[in-house]
Design a protein around this ligand. Structure first.
Ligand SMILES: CC(C)(COP(=O)(O)OP(=O)(O)OC[C@H]1O[C@@H](n2cnc3c(N)ncnc32)[C@H](O)[C@@H]1OP(=O)(O)O)[C@@H](O)C(=O)NCCC(=O)NCCS
Length: 212
């Protein structure tokens, strides 16, 4: 069972990461999907996507949840029926969830890729990155910032929020493994704590909304 990592963020919030190495048949063991999820599953063309989807159900099981405990809203955002907060991500062979009893949470895993250099100007003021030592460091930093903004988007979820104009991620050093972020949209602001970790050329970022 390739549970890759678990992180106790605080008393009420946990992260779990899965590295998908099993066959689809193996991943079906112990998993039962709701009609909604079975329909979605049937429409998935890539076996990596199907396996990622099933692996998430194994991560849920770690916290004693089954697929039927999950409900998707019209935007595709997952909710736990018991009122706890959840966020889900998959990227290639890594998948992860964050669950919290008390705080709104978002999570994102991204593969570190050169491609991010080409789209960076769309989501962050790129000139701020020029002081970094080398291209590899710039890619790492951009991937963290992108992951932070995706995580915030998963919490906030308002159409019209611009990654470039409405979400600000405070500068950070890699070793800190954390930063903060703010969304300012429609005259209102909200604040978030961000944590990140890197493994096997992937970056995992998660965000927790500050209580006001
Ligand atoms: C919805 C979105 C956040 C998903 O992120 P992604 O990196 O494509 O994919 P991930 O694997 O990390 O996340 C997928 C999971 O996010 C969750 N999700 C989907 N829509 C969501 C939403 N509106 N809110 C919160 N979570 C959502 C789901 O759990 C989904 O997995 P599942 O359906 O298998 O359970 C992303 O597609 C998106 O729309 N981002 C905003 C785009 C944007 O504004 N970009 C600006 C670029 S400058």
């Amino acid at each position: 069972m390739p549970l890759y990592k678990t992180i106790t963020v605080n008393k009420e919030t946990s992260v779990a990461i899965w590295k998908v190495e099993e066959t689809e048949e193996h991943l079906w063991k112990g998993v039962e999907l709701t009609d909604h999820c079975q329909n979605r599953f049937n429409g998935m063309k890539s076996d990596l996507h199907r396996k990622a989807f099933l692996s998430i159900r194994h991560l849920l099981a770690l916290y004693n949840y089954v697929d039927a405990d999950l409900e998707y809203d019209d935007n595709g955002k997952p909710h736990l029926k018991d009122g706890n907060f959840i966020s889900i991500t998959h990227s290639h062979n890594f998948t992860a969830i964050i669950i919290s009893e008390s705080e709104e949470v978002g999570i994102d895993i991204e593969m570190q890729r050169d491609k991010i250099l080409r789209i960076a100007h769309k989501f962050t003021p790129f000139e701020e990155y020029r002081t970094l030592a080398n291209t590899a460091a710039i890619i790492r930093k951009l991937t963290i910032v992108w992951g932070a903004k995706e995580s915030l988007y998963k919490i906030y979820g308002h159409r019209g929020v611009s990654f470039l104009h409405h979400i600000n991620v405070q500068d950070f050093i890699f070793n800190a493994g954390r930063t903060t972020a703010q969304i300012i949209f429609n005259g209102q602001s909200s604040d978030y704590g961000i944590k990140f970790l890197e493994f096997e050329d992937f970056t995992c970022v998660y965000a927790i909304k500050n209580k006001n």
